[in-house]
Structure formats: C-alpha cells, structure tokens
Design a protein around this ligand. Sequence first.
Ligand code: FES
Length: 576
Amino acid sequence: MSEHKKGLRSEAWFARQDKMGFYYRSFLKNRGFPQDQFEGRPVIGICNTWSELNPCNSHFRTIAEHVRFGVLDAGGFPLEFPVSSLGEVTMRPTAMLFRNLAAMDVEEGIRAHPLDGVVLLMGCDKTTPALLMGAASADLPTIGVSGGPQLRGVYRGQIIGSGTNIISMSEQLRAGEITLEEFHEAEGAMNRSHGHCMTMGTASTMASMVEALGVGLPENAAIPAVDARRNHLARMAGRRIVEMVHEDLVLSKILTRPAFENAVRTLAAIGGSTNAVVHLLAIAGRIGVELTLDDFDRLGRDVHCLVDLMPSGRFLMEDFYYAGGLPVVLRALGERGLLKKDALTANGKPIWENVQNAPCWNKEVITPFEAPFKPDAGMAILRGNLAPNGAVIKPSAASPELMKHTGRAVVFETVEEMHHAVNDDSLEIDKTCIMVLKNCGPKGYPGMAEVGNMPIPQKLLREGVRDMIRVSDARMSGTAYGTVVLHVAPEASAGGPLAFVRSGDMITLDVAARSLHLHVDDAEMKRRREAWVPPTPHAARGYTKLYIDHVLQADRGVDFDFLVGKTGSPVPRDNH
Ligand code: FES
C-alpha cells in the first residue's frame, strides 16, 4: 500500500482506541468487516444516485459494485451511500428545483462521514451538477463516473434520439402526420437500454463536462451504459481514487480556471446543452473560480461544433463513442491552441497527455476542425433592455434566417396560458411573430423549468412552420432545438424588464450584435413598472419557500446565495 501524504481524515473515526472508536468501528462490523479494514486504509465514499424513480440511473448498483472492486483492488475501504436522485422526466414541477437540495445532501453527507475520498456516480441531467456542486464545497479527493448514454433508439428502421424525437414526433402528432399507435410504438423503441438520454442533451453534455474538467477519467463521456467498458472505467476509477487520497489530490486542484476554460470551449465544440451554462457557473461559484456569463461568449467564439450529434445533427452518443469520443474533440481543440493543456486531471496527468494521440475513427461523426459540422458554435450571450443581465441562445440549434429579425411580441404570462393558446386557432400570430413566455425563471416557476422551447402554434404547424423566435426566462431541454432565447435575467417574477413586455410590442433579436432589444421607450417602461403587481410566490413554507427566497438568477448559476463557496471537510465534533 502506498503512503499517503498526510494523515487520513477517517482516522478521526476509526483509529480511536476509546469509547468513540468502539462506536465508529463496532456498528460497521455488523456487516462482517474484519479489523484490518479500519487500519490505515483510505475510506472511499461511493456517492450513489441510484433510484427507481430515476430511470436513467437505474443501473447504478452495478456500476457501484465495479467501483467497489476497484477500491478494494487498490487497498481502500469502500462505503456506498445514497443521495437524492433527480429524475428529469419524473420530477415535477422540474428536477432543477431540487438540484440545490441534492447538492446540500451531497456536501453535508461527505463532510459528516468518515470519508477520505469520494466517487460520484452521476447520470440523469441534474445529478451531475448537483454532485459536483456538493463535492466542490466539501473539497475532498473526488473522481466522477458517469452512468453512460443509452443505446441508439431505433424505430421502424430509423434512428431516433431521446428528447429530440419526442419533440419532433409530438409536433407530427399535433399536425396529424402520425397516428397515436405509431406514437406509442416509438416510446418503446426510443429508450431501449439502461443509461441516460443518448442525444447530446444535458446529461451527455454534463458527462462531457466531467471529462473536460478533468474530474472523470478519459472516455468517461461517451461509453454506452451497457458496454462492458463502462464497468471497466468504473473499476479503474475505484482504483484511482485510492491513489488520489494518497496524493492528496483534492477537487480544487483539478477544478481550476484553466479546467473551466477547457469545459466552456468543449461545450461549444460538442454543440452542448444551454443548461451547462448555469451548471458550470454554479460549480465554479462553489469551488471559488471566477467564471462569468461573458466567458461563454468570449471563449466559445473561435470554436466550431465538431460533432454531428442530435439535437443539432444526425448521430447519437453511441456513434460518438465508436468514433473516438471526447478525447478526439479535446485533441482538436489542443491542436488549435484552444485547450489549456496543463490542466490537471483525475488520473494525475495533464489533459493534453491524455488526449494528444486520440484517434478519430469516423470523420462524419467527429468532423475535422478545418471542415467542421457547424462553424462558430459557441453560446451567444445576448444583452439589451430586455435582458440587462444577459440571455443565452445556442446558434448551432437555431435557424440562420432568424438570427437577425424584428417581430411582433405575442406574450404569455404563464406556461398554462401558453399551452392553451398554441392549440387555439384564434391566436393572433404568424411566423414572423416572437413568442414571449414570462414567469418561468428560478423564482417564477419555481425552478426555471425546461419550457423555453414553446411548441409552435398548431395553425402555423399546419402551414409547415417549424421554427420561430421564442424568448423566455426559462431553460430548455438539452435535447431541444430552435431559435430559442433562454435564461433572460433578471427574470419576470423578480421584476426584470421581461415582466413588462406586452403583446404587440416589437422586439429585435440580433445574434451577431449579441442584442435583444424591446422597442418600448424608457418612460413607458417606467409607467409599466410602476403599475406592475408581482406574482404571488408559489410557496409560504418548506423547501420551495427557501428556494424562492434564496435562489440566484440565471447569470449567477441559479445556486442559493448562502451555498456559494466552500467549507472543505473539517472533521466535525464527536456525536456522543
Ligand atoms: Fe434522464 Fe434525459 S431524462 S438524461
């Protein structure tokens, strides 16, 4: 067993030869652990988000077993523990409402227990940022293991992608182009294996962020959940975390400013989810790295989207893995001077050493930088009198002809009003209009739901319209697409200018100029502000009230104001 650099934190529990040592060892011995498990071995917490209520993480008991084997291989003592799991498709009103709650669970769970290092098992969208945020505030040696994407969806010989084809097929159903029977058949054909969404949606994007940040081992992002190599990676992570404890390689040595710059550029190069913007801001805030909304625009400007994956393109994560996966993308960035090559990663090597020889096996799936799938694909950060603190649009998922456009606003005060209106043929709207949705931000929904990609009104669908400009303080699913302006800050419910937009106002979107402008003069805006009645908060008690009272706006990562920063993992006082 290699020597650790400093005393093990767990010795404050297990090396005690007194009443408290008896407590701490004896109750664990009820599972049959011999005495030597408590002597000088790094205790590794396997932080598991397994839950039957979160189908994307339903295979995590198996992954945890492989991590356990790895920890034992390396002479550690593995102890698995559960934390809140956030199922994107099952939780209402939105899993995002509970991301910060899960992060608190993770942080406090790590600090309160006799752990020297942690393996984070992450999959469905919010589980990854929640665990990274909590672990960042605890700052022990930490390694991330993603659960991996599902196999491709295949429906009647056609490849279908999770989320992306739900959206397109529900539009086809509404337009009368497919039957309800076909719709039901496609449900079973889409999600046909363990794993998370297999498009480059939020889960795959965040798994890629884990790898780009250096928190996970190389290839973490793309190995399918059911591929044996996913279990192999889990075992290697179990071995590696024991070494990381010996090296005192805490998370803050990996989550540095260069690591975040690599993640932001990678986000552009994979055409990743807009959700990663709020999550990366929140994680950076926890670990103490200065990262701003404008960094996403500035760092992403020279970066092309290299991967032809849904929702922007044709292929799926399984294809991405077979083509070489994220190391190929990181290599391409490095060869163009767009990677901080010295950024340290969980395997103890600089990121460049991990990826510099990564081979690409399919140039259709991962295109060369000189002939990219989509040029200049970074997130565009918009500002203007409608979004003084910023808004986000993903140009690679938008329609080029709408990137500069002035249109008449059609405003919905709530998501329910919008859902009713888009199916009502009397709605006064045409394809040149700009749909505006309010009160769906962090405080307003609450939880900033993924409702920003509003459905195209039914009567326009029948005319063949498939995209329009949509503006809101909401997020959208990473599997969604369209000319959708999101994360408008401040949000309407917090009294942002979005609250004062009225149907009939004119709005100009100019992505090249990074501008979102409402053509209403300041005096009129002042009148509307004075007449504005804030919406009644959604909760008078409980967690939701805590959330509404303390959540930060989208430009600051939607974390709680009192959770920004880290406490580390000092050993708490004795419990008896
Ligand atoms: Fe879990 Fe998409 S629903 S990753």
